[in-house]
Design a protein around this ligand. Structure first.
Ligand code: PEP
Length: 247
């Protein structure tokens, strides 16, 4: 009922030439995959190249951020309309690096989600607790706040949630399938409070040091519908292995 989705977040990596080379190697190896959705989020400068390379494939291109205003004096920002123009079909919003390094608040993220959806972009909405919050027993409180504030006034259509415990991102410390499933189950219950039965149709991805070695165990969990992958998405062969997790 929920098609698995494997998404790549390249963060601040790859030139235009490296992006083109990635797709030349990656696309032939995943051409036969029709039962898993694939999204790749290159940096802004590579979006148009990525969109051009994937035009005749089922791979969707996402941006890693978008601003909520339409246009104007917002130096350095990129609007949702500009992303559509560059060939994007989706956008990652609320990533922990933007929350914690670039100090994005739930309120700003909420505005960004609204703007992205208004332009027809699918939104990969990231949430997750810090290590100190987990150790203090506050994980569920953090997830509740992020969902409630981040999705305030927002319908469920076009939303994918990515649970990314901050302590697992880029650290090599993956959450165990049990820990991840427990959080995903809780997130789905929050979505059910908000959206009722529709919560069963919303995809919840796990992110945090997912690799070809651990993806199967995570994907076997009933509420884990896919993965958002950083480091292991940068090489065509390892990302292809992740996309082909069920083969
Ligand atoms: C991410 O950036 O969303 C991520 C999960 O990174 P990594 O897979 O490298 O932990």
């Amino acid at each position: 009922m929920r098609t698995p989705l494997i998404a790549a977040n390249w963060k601040m990596n790859k030139t235009i030439a490296e992006t083109a080379a990635f797709f030349d190697a990656f696309l032939p190896v995943v051409r036969d995959v029709t039962d898993v959705d694939i999204i790749i989020a290159p940096p802004f400068t590579s979006l148009a190249t990525a969109a051009e390379k994937t035009r005749s494939s089922s791979v969707k291109i996402a941006a890693q951020n978008a601003y909520f205003e339409e246009k104007g004096a917002f130096t350095g920002e990129i609007s949702a309309a500009m992303l559509i123009d560059a060939g994007c079909e989706a956008v990652i919003l609320g990533h922990s690096e933007r929350r914690h390094i670039l100090k994005e608040t739930d309120e700003v993220i909420n505005k960004k989600i609204k703007a992205a959806l208004a332009h027809g972009l699918e939104v990969l909405f990231c949430i997750g607790e810090l290590l100190a919050e987990r150790e203090a027993g506050k994980t569920n409180d953090v997830l509740r706040t992020q969902i409630t504030a981040g999705l305030a006034g927002i319908p469920s259509e076009g939303i994918v949630v990515a649970y990314e415990p901050v302590w697992a991102i880029g650290t090599g410390k993956t959450a165990t399938p049990e820990i991840a499933q427990e959080a995903h189950d809780f997130i789905r219950s929050l979505l059910a409070e908000k959206y009722g039965d529709t919560a069963q149709t919303i995809r919840i991805l796990y992110g945090g040091s997912v690799t070809p070695e651990n993806v199967k165990g995570l994907m076997a969990c009933p509420d884990i519908d896919g993965a958002l992958v950083g480091g292991a998405s940068l090489k065509p062969d390892s990302f292809a292995q992740l996309v082909r997790f069920n083969r």
